[in-house]
Design a binder for this molecule. Structure first.
Ligand SMILES: Nc1nc2c(c(=O)[nH]1)N[C@@H](CN(C=O)c1ccc(C(=O)N[C@@H](CCC(=O)O)C(=O)O)cc1)CN2
Length: 290
């Protein structure tokens, strides 16, 4: 069987172009320029790259970008005060606090402080709850990107068996909720699941979101299945440099999976594109625009 890669980079570029068109039309029709504020605390090198890319892609889409960079030793109270200020700022339609946060800051508290209407990460319990009960919600960007790629390549997902490996609040759980919304039969598997390889082999759609390099082996994949690899793991190479690998052993999946997202170039680029989509959605909802 031929295994086809899912080109998330190209899909994300197309999505960003469509968002830019809509932003331009919104400015013309309603005089509204969506604004996204991104808060970075500390100097984590990967986070610095993600935040730089978020700001650049926000501006490219014609939206207003507000960057707040705080020192690594910033007290939690200062981050909460900044969030309160952004909540009250009408030019800011979306607020994102880059994760992970330094140890002295409780991420749960910070996320809870964000106005749910501006929570473009979709991490606030109000948005998680709204997604769970089937109401309009701001949905976490990475799982949203996974569903967009799946629907684009498979069409209807109804009736398919989906296994999500990983139960984090930011990927595994919302991915499972979104798959359920698409009428999949969904299993959430994790480190304590009995016979994890056997469980994975039942999946028409296998979503790997565990954060462990190449944990999902080729023989865990049902022939013809669609594999969505959410992992972004930096591993050492022989020359002392590093390379990125996913949570799935990509080479082993060749000839078994029907479709698979590569790492890099699969799900990753969808995360920022969906952040822009959420910012546009948030801005429109805040102004009563359908
Ligand atoms: N507040 C948030 N923090 C974090 C999130 C998030 O959604 N909200 N997700 C990740 C990091 N992230 C965005 O913030 C992110 C990760 C990966 C990519 C991406 O494009 N990856 C590329 C490879 C990039 C590389 O070379 O390192 C790919 O997979 O092709 C974009 C955004 C944690 N924090």
């Amino acid at each position: 069987m031929e295994t086809k890669p899912i080109d998330g980079k190209a899909f994300a570029a197309g999505l960003r172009a469509r968002i830019a068109e809509e932003v331009s039309a919104l400015r013309a029709s309603a005089g509204l320029t969506p604004g996204l504020a991104v808060v970075l605390v500390g100097e984590d090198p990967a986070s610095q790259v993600y935040v730089r890319n978020k700001a650049a892609q926000t501006a490219e889409a014609g939206m207003a970008s507000f960057e707040h960079k705080l020192a690594a030793d910033t007290p939690e109270a200062d981050v909460l005060a900044l969030v309160a200020k952004l909540n009250a700022d009408p030019a800011v339609n979306g607020i994102l606090v880059q994760l992970p946060l330094p140890a002295q800051i409780d991420a749960t508290k910070v996320i809870a402080a964000i106005d749910p209407a501006k929570d473009v990460d979709g991490f606030h319990v109000v948005n998680a709850g709204r997604l769970a009960v089937g109401l309009d919600a701001l949905v976490p960007c990475t799982p949203l990107g996974c569903i967009m790629l799946l629907k684009h390549h498979l069409g209807s997902l109804a009736g398919l068996k989906a296994v999500v490996v990983g139960r984090s609040n930011i990927v595994g759980k919302p991915a499972a909720q979104l798959l359920l919304k698409e009428d999949c039969t969904v299993t959430i598997a994790h480190s304590r699941t009995r016979d994890l390889p056997g469980e994975c082999r039942t999946a028409d759609i296998l979503v790997a979101a565990v954060g462990r390099p190449e944990m999902v082996r080729g023989d865990w994949i049902k022939p013809g299945a669609t594999v969505i690899d959410v992992g972004i793991n930096r591993v050492p190479k022989d020359d002392g440099k590093t390379r990125l690998v996913g949570d799935v052993a990509y080479a082993e999946a060749q000839g078994i999976a029907g479709l698979i997202t590569p790492v890099p170039g699969g799900v990753g680029p969808m995360t920022i594109a969906c952040l822009l989509q959420n910012t546009l959605t948030a801005a429109k909802r805040q102004h009563g625009i359908a």
